[in-house]
Design a protein around this ligand. Structure first.
Ligand SMILES: *Cc1c(COP(=O)(O)O)cnc(C)c1O
Length: 442
């Protein structure tokens, strides 16, 4: 939600946006917005408060005020970053953003662009790998579900490598799959969707030297943690230090980057061979403005929102990608919230963590007592909602038993979570006690 100060500035800025095109004949639309938007606002009430720190369920954060205002300002002009003539200003902003994200990785002259999502960015990465000769996609069983579907779209075999009990790819199992295999693309996940687990990228990179595969890193969720790698556990830090060895990387600004949904990115290693050749296509009706870069020449999608680039650019002017900055301290707070919360669960007799440790800012736990656990977990989930806390449910295996929707998953992706975890934990304990008393009474 836009803060009050932003709303008052916005009113002035909107008319300014309009004045800039005042050299053209006046062009107003006849839409009657009042009644319709009022009814839209009513309908939007049927939502959980995804933007609020009391929402700890899915990977939904809030969009920064800068992104919302940036999006609104640019989408009024409606640029399309497919071609330079389709959106000069926003194309230049997109290139700046990609270069800064590449610098965060440790690359200069990074190739790549924004996408509509992480799934599409991953599809593009796997497609580049296929065009470079890969026939198989190797990903851990905890990798994002879209890799299998993307492999099937591309006609590539998808091989799943088992994970250890903390959700990380098992390296010896990866090596077994690689032995005797011709060209493959290995997908390392830095921050799995369920547990936030970070695959041992440094060890995967060592195998790359031996087996010569293409390395794609899916850091849709975890990518920005690169900025605070020094404060992560030593093995996780080593993974982030190896990030630059990837051939391609996916990072979603709409996950941890304070953007409204519709903003993913693919970053391509400048050393990746013959990239431009892969994208060769004929498009006689576009790319006629040669004074700047037409990003569409090297993207899988055609039309892409210039407004997304404006939103990200505006955000990145304030939340700069520095190791010691406002944005990094936000990431550190998220991590701190998760660590503190996991500690509370570890110490508790009522709940237990399903991993020994959590690499990033996601914590998954369950009610300790397995009797009627699915029913109790659902009751807890619903009761917490009535008290203003919004969780997520998840399924998975713990100590060799499969639990269907009996895990509780908390993503502490907003830095403000650090201020609410003690109250959240207390509310969980008291609510569980209430549920158990009701059950005994019945
Ligand atoms: C969210 C996520 C994706 C998919 O990204 P979308 O933007 O939701 O399409 C892929 N990989 C990982 C690790 C993710 O967390």
């Amino acid at each position: 939600m836009l803060c009050d100060k932003t709303i008052s500035i916005l009113v002035k800025l909107i008319s300014k946006n309009k004045e800039n095109f005042g050299y053209l004949p006046k062009f107003d639309r006849e839409e009657d917005i009042q009644v319709i938007i009022e009814s839209l606002i009513e309908r939007l009430q049927d939502n959980d408060p995804y933007f609020h720190p009391h929402y700890v369920g899915h990977m939904s954060s809030y969009a920064s005020d800068l992104s919302l205002v940036g999006y609104l300002m640019a989408s009024q002009i409606n640029p399309n970053n497919h071609s330079y003539e389709g959106g000069r200003a926003t194309t230049n902003m997109e290139v700046e953003c990609i270069n800064k994200m590449g610098s965060m990785i440790g690359w200069k002259n990074t190739k790549g662009h924004l996408t509509s999502s992480g799934t599409i960015a991953n599809l593009e990465s796997l497609w580049l790998a296929r065009e470079s000769g890969a026939t198989a996609v190797i990903v851990s069983t905890q990798g994002h579900y879209s890799h299998k579907r993307n492999s099937s779209i591309l006609g590539m075999e998808c091989i799943h490598v088992p994970t250890d009990k903390n959700g990380k790819m098992r390296i010896n199992c990866l090596e077994e799959v690689l032995i005797g295999r011709e060209k493959a693309v290995v997908v390392a996940t830095l921050g799995t969707t369920l547990l936030g687990a970070v695959d041992p990228l440094d060890e995967i990179v060592s195998l790359k030297v031996k087996y010569n595969f293409i390395l794609h890193t899916d850091a849709a969720y975890g990518g920005y943690f690169k900025l605070i790698e020094d404060s992560l556990s030593p093995s996780v830090m080593r993974s982030f230090l190896s990030l630059a060895k990837s051939d391609s990387i996916v990072i979603d600004p709409h996950k941890k980057g304070l953007q409204p949904f519709g903003c993913g990115s693919i970053l391509i290693n400048p050393a990746y061979k013959n990239i431009s050749d892969k994208y060769q296509h004929e498009s006689p009706y576009t790319y006629f403005d040669k004074t700047g870069i037409s990003l569409g020449k090297e993207t899988l999608e055609c039309s892409r929102s210039g407004a997304s680039a404006a939103a990200l650019w505006a955000t990145m002017q304030f939340y700069t990608l520095e190791k010691e900055g406002v944005f990094s301290s936000k990431l550190k707070n998220s991590k701190l919230a998760a660590d503190k919360f996991a500690q509370m669960v570890h110490r508790s007799e009522f709940f237990e963590c399903i991993s020994d440790h959590y690499d990033l800012d996601i914590v998954v736990f369950k009610i300790s007592n397995n009797v009627e656990i699915k029913k109790k977990t659902l009751c807890l989930f619903e009761a917490m909602k009535t008290k203003g806390y919004f969780l997520a449910l998840a399924s998975g295996t713990y100590k060799n038993t499969y639990f269907d929707n009996s895990f509780i998953r908390c993503t502490f992706m907003k830095s403000e979570h650090v201020d609410i975890i003690a109250q959240l934990y207390l509310t969980l304990e008291t609510t569980l006690a209430e549920i158990e008393t009701i059950e005994i009474d019945q």
